[in-house]
Ligand binder design. Structure first.
Ligand code: FAD
Length: 394
């Protein structure tokens, strides 16, 4: 393969698409990235991204994807410098004054890291600009013609259509991937989609007013498990915590828009959280923040001939309870590239072997994520779980 003569289009400039574009750019490909939304690096566009304030758990799986990019670890160092180590989860009862119980992730002290998703995405976009990758924002994928390797995009705002040709088209356009939808016209794709009953809603715990420091331990992922629902908090570098309430739709419906109902619910289940967030802020955030669904997708294969492949959430969107969605997407990129390098003369073979190798992993991590929903909200508090951990760590 003469890499310099090859051109790749990446659909979606989320974390996974941006990393894929970087890998191909480092390997000498001509790369163009097309993104539906505006440029995240501009402050006015941060609010366009629903996941603006999500803190993600970045683990070794994702770190390895960044490490193998081919830039000598430069981007990885930059990313890690803005993360916070989390050595374990802190399980809370929710009663003010009651100490949480620290459950370490690893007997050897290894940890996962809290990373700001938007900031991480900006760091990846900055790296793309340095590599002279062409970025096209406000472009929505409207069609693929895989007979002639073209993608059609609509410019948001003007409605103008542009058709672009490339040797390879990578779909990294998230859970509701248009690439996947168009791919299904060419591929006999197995496809399975599930929405779970639980919705998620973001909250923020501000820094301590007097000290300006974190209000609770910064080096844990905090969980207030309530068996069928839970509240979690992940530290941010600005000393806040990004929190998520994971709860079934019917409980949200039962609270409705009533301040009294909400406070009664929190007093009964998470009284400590009222103190941490602040009563008025809690109500304001509850009323104004979206309650969003959680989707889980399995499909196969991930590719078509030598022309198109889907990665990240486009291939295997999963519920977030294992903290592995983006990490698995970064791993997709690393593994895809291993297969591309292993088949230098045939992209057909590279994509076929990637898909065959990666599909079982994608399905498995998807299932583990679903199982961890029960572990996080319920099993972490059970005696059986704690006993098992003691035995494992002995
Ligand atoms: P996305 O981030 O969805 O990016 C896709 C991009 O494609 C977007 O920018 C979108 O605008 C663009 N796009 C969409 N359609 C089109 C189109 N037609 N044309 C052009 N562009 C298009 N993962 C972890 O690893 N650790 C965690 O701790 C974690 N926690 C999470 C917590 C929550 C509450 C949620 C909801 C998710 C969490 N995840 C976590 C999952 C993680 O957010 C996703 O796996 C990750 O964002 C997927 O990245 P992606 O680039 O594949 O897709």
């Amino acid at each position: 393969m003469d890499s310099l003569t090859k051109k790749v289009i990446v659909v979606g400039a989320g974390p996974v698409g941006a990393l894929a574009a970087l890998y191909f750019s480092h390997a000498g490909w001509e790369v163009e990235v097309y993104e539906l939304r505006g440029d995240l690096r501009l402050p006015e566009n941060l609010s366009l991204n629903f996941s603006k304030s999500i803190n993600l758990a970045l683990s070794e799986r994702g770190i390895d994807g960044l490490r193998n990019l081919g830039d000598g670890g430069k981007l990885l160092d930059e990313v890690l410098s803005e993360t916070i180590p989390m050595y374990g989860r802190m399980i809370h009862t929710g009663v003010p004054g009651e100490k949480g119980e620290s459950q370490k992730y690893d007997v050897h002290g290894r940890f996962i890291r809290s990373a700001d998703r938007a900031r991480l995405n900006v760091q990846l976009l900055d790296a793309l600009v340095l590599k002279d990758v062409k970025l096209f924002f406000h472009h929505r994928l409207r069609g693929l013609n895989l007979d002639v390797n073209t993608a059609e995009f609509e410019k948001i705002g003007t409605g103008e259509r542009v058709t672009v040709q490339a040797d390879l088209i990578i779909g990294a356009d998230g859970a509701h991937s248009a690439t996947r939808r168009f791919l299904q016209k060419s591929v006999r794709m197995y496809y399975e989609q599930t929405y779970i009953e639980t919705l998620w809603q973001e909250y923020e715990i501000p820094p301590d007013e007097e000290t300006g420091d974190f209000k609770i331990d910064a080096n844990h992922l905090h969980i207030w498990p309530k068996k069928d629902f839970m509240f979690i908090a992940i530290p941010s570098v600005d000393k806040t915590f990004t929190c998520t309430l994971f709860m079934e739709q019917w409980r949200f419906d039962a609270i409705g828009d009533s301040r009294d109902n909400l406070l009664a619910f929190f007093r009964e289940n998470f009284e400590e959280v009222i103190d941490l967030v602040g009563e008025d802020s809690l109500v304001e955030q509850y009323l104004n923040h979206q309650k969003l669904p959680l989707i889980s997708i399995k499909c196969r294969p991930y590719h078509y001939k030598d022309r198109c492949v889907i990665i990240g959430d486009a291939a295997h969107a999963m519920v977030p309870f294992y903290g592995q969605g983006m990490n698995a997407g970064f791993e997709d990129v690393r593994v895809l590239f291993e297969h591309v390098r292993a088949h230098p003369d045939s992209m057909t073979d590279a994509l076929a072997s990637y898909s065959a190798y990666r599909v079982p992993d994608g399905h498995m991590i998807n299932e583990l994520a679903m199982q961890n929903h029960i572990e996080m909200r319920a099993t972490v508090t059970s005696k059986a779980y704690l006993l098992r951990k003691v035995i494992e760590e002995a």
